[in-house]
Design a protein around this ligand. Sequence first.
Ligand code: 5GP
Ligand code: ZN
Length: 135
Amino acid sequence: MSDCIFCKIANGEIPSTTLYEDEKFRVILDLGPATKGHALILPKSHAADLFELPEETACGAMALAKKMATRMKEALHADGFNLVQNNGAAAGQTVSHFHLHLIPRYEGDGQHILWNPGTTTPEEMESVRKAVCEA
Ligand code: 5GP
Ligand code: ZN
């Protein structure tokens, strides 16, 4: 994708602060970090989102997330860690190249990455189960 900024960053055409790189992925620091150390795992091959991502790349991204989160939590003395991955504008995706957020968390960091719990009913839960499982 010639006009995709994350393709250019992932493949080194645009410089970035890189924490890790291999044949398939680059891990960079986010320019608008939620917390100190907020990073992004970028596959070097373009996929707009999770739905376009080859399964093998999805597996590789999660394995790399485990490795990076373990290393970053220790190195940055984080108290916790969020993995966040947005798909579609409705879910907050602003860059249409799959990326997995690595967000170290610190006690009292003031971030609001969790959701407000809603309510449901047994009927709604059953209708969701049917829609997903019997499709
Ligand atoms: P999204 O909202 O799509 O899940 O996340 C996009 C992320 O990319 C945001 O956290 C934003 O700060 C980050 N971002 C956008 N443009 C750039 C850039 O050019 N360089 C870097 N390092 N991060 C970027
Ligand atoms: Zn791309």
